[in-house]
Design a binder for this molecule. Sequence first.
Ligand SMILES: Nc1ncnc2c1ncn2[C@@H]1O[C@H](COP(=O)(O)OP(=O)(O)OP(=O)(O)O)[C@@H](O)[C@H]1O
Ligand SMILES: [Mg+2]
Length: 345
Amino acid sequence: MYGMAGEHLTTNVRKELMEGIIYKQLSWFDSETKAPGMLTNIMAEDMSALNGMTTETISVMVQGFLGMILSFVLALYFSWRTALFTLLCSPILMIGVFGMSRLQWGNKGGSGTHGTKEADDYSKANALLSDSIMNYKTVMSFGQKNINYLIERFNEHLVSPSQQRIKNAHKSGILFGYSQASRVIFVGLAFWIGSRMICNYDVKKADVFLAVFVLFSAGFGVGTSFSNLPSISKAKASAQKIFAIIDEKSTLDIREETPDQLTKIKAGKIEFTDVCFRYPSRSKNVLNQFSMTIPANAKIALVGHSGCGKSTITNLILRFYELQSGSISIDGTKLNKYNIKALRR
Ligand SMILES: Nc1ncnc2c1ncn2[C@@H]1O[C@H](COP(=O)(O)OP(=O)(O)OP(=O)(O)O)[C@@H](O)[C@H]1O
Ligand SMILES: [Mg+2]
């Protein structure tokens, strides 16, 4: 049931996230944190962390708590003295199992590292890799030196996560040792308490054994269910990232249409008047007080060296970016009076 509800919920969030990304204004994608590698990472890793919270975690926690209450009641029923004394020792076992399960979560192929610096470094390495693959021709055309530089940058991003993992390995060793020992210590203590009960009080051996065994199983279950708490904090960090994208309003959403928008371009005379423009991610202007007129029905060619702003001019006519100052008009009407879909058709 939890699994089904969780899957439905995350499918809806996934759809909303996809819509949220697709309908953002073009300049939104220019920022380093919105690189294709970063976004695919959010789509894949963060979405599955969110799914983890809604499906596995809640059901396991409910199981754990119910199991704990039921077994304690059963243990009290069989031998209340043994149950109470053994319960005092149960933290020894719970801490061990909790530590051990955290270790397993942490080792699940990096999925236990959300929201940490380690995860950030992995995302940066991912983004660099996907950018390099997407711009493969450019990367190659700059020669071996450029390739070596990119490999070096990629390796740099992996240094700190690998150091962190080595540090964690020592912690893991200690935790593993403790968790293994804690089970034996707990069983030993529980049986010792049981034997004291049998010697000092008139308790049946079978009841003592049942009480001890029930508590042992419960302690184990609760430790495992609590171990999912770290995945809740991971899911929270992921949810923050996901909902920040969904909630951020697009400054130019093509779905928003108002009746006063012009949906037809009559003649098609395009006029640039004193246009100043720079890309939001850059500090330098690409166009400075730029003016030109393209007559209706004329075919023109923009000629200039690479990077002089030819594509930028086309981007501006299609309203992919907003101007800093000046104006662009078609048939004497400012660009923002036109319906975006009509403009780009
Ligand atoms: N999305 C962007 N974000 C930041 N800067 C950009 C972006 N796109 C282009 N630029 C910069 O704006 C300037 C103009 O680029 P533009 O693409 O318009 O040149 P172009 O004349 O079309 O060049 P080419 O002939 O190589 O296609 C360049 O310096 C370029 O680096
Ligand atoms: Mg171009």
